[in-house]
Design a protein. Structure first.
Lengths: 200, 200
């Protein structure tokens, strides 16, 4: 399980979409939400659409790895598809905010946690401002929130600077390849072939 | 510092030469030896050629990260070029046998230790036999030695299966990229830009 996270405005969504094109073999976790589908969105592709009652019921039976309320709607990561994909021996990537990633980490400390960093705080401010019509006060609030989120980087395994989308994707791809080469994972895979490894 | 090691016959030298072409920005550690230079070999490129007295003196003043005797000649890794390259902020790769790698690990536990594995023991036997004129008894001895060496894999961070040279090199390249993305390294680099990271 790979968790891609980072402060709001850093470009998690954009990087994840580019990564999806670059690594089609990777499974992408689809979130559940109480938000109404928008035009062009499809059930099970963009989101799993739930009523608030259904979502509440998922929370109660522990069916979500993490969830949060955002502008009046609930969003969460269903546990079952993640566990099924891992059981199939495939990699799954979760794109979630910092708070959600820390919830997931409590449930899945063995996941690979990647923090996406802006090249600089000025660049982050520009990306947040560039989104639309926010006032200076709103931007300041979001910047101090982002600073707090960046402080949570100490909880992560890797940090990738999102200076250029292609380069960031290549770094993430390298992290995934390297994680597959971790000695403990390889020894598990090859223990059948080379039984004496375990005796060491 | 990256240490590429593995059992004798696995193809460390071949992989290292291919990697050298693929990653010219990597610095390659040159060993010291008491062996006489062969035709076409150059001082400081293939080896640093030393007399036995010079080599002994290097051992005594701790100028070698590891050393071993092999067929009557001494081989070792000079400490100074490794430390200088690291101080310059560059990556250096050491290609050494399993015993040497474990010596280096005692001096440099923060290095990245990569173990090169054969795809199977049959394949390793073929590679060892294919080298030349060894008798069955010699091959058996070398195989049991290799098995013992593979048992030392538990001391390493990563394991790369040398099934195909290009693929093995790409995995090593990914490991190096991923290691540069480790959170602690990035936080160190970016702490000037984002001072609040350290306050977390």
């Amino acid at each position: 399980m790979i968790v891609l996270s980072g402060p709001s405005g850093v470009g998690k969504g954009t990087v994840c979409r580019a990564l999806r094109r670059m690594m089609p073999e990777l499974v992408y976790s689809v979130s559940a939400t109480t938000r109404a589908p928008r035009a062009g969105e499809a059930e099970g592709v963009d989101y799993y659409y739930k009523t608030r009652e259904q979502f509440q019921e998922m929370i109660e039976r522990g069916a979500l790895l993490e969830y949060a309320e955002y502008v009046g709607n609930l969003y969460g990561t269903p546990r079952e598809p993640v566990e099924r994909t891992i059981a199939e021996g495939k990699d799954i990537i979760l794109e979630i905010d910092v708070k959600g990633a820390l919830q997931v980490k409590r449930n899945y400390p063995e996941g690979v946690f990647i923090f996406l960093l802006p090249p600089s705080l000025d660049e982050l401010r520009q990306r947040i401002s560039g989104r639309g019509t926010e006032t200076a006060a709103v931007i300041d609030t979001r910047m101090s929130e982002a600073s707090r989120e960046i402080g949570m980087i100490t909880e992560y395994d890797y940090a990738v600077v999102n200076d250029e989308i292609e380069a960031a994707c290549r770094r993430i791809q390298s992290i995934i390849t390297a994680e597959h080469c971790r000695r403990d994972r390889i020894v598990k895979e090859y223990s059948g072939l080379m039984p004496f490894i375990h005796k060491a």
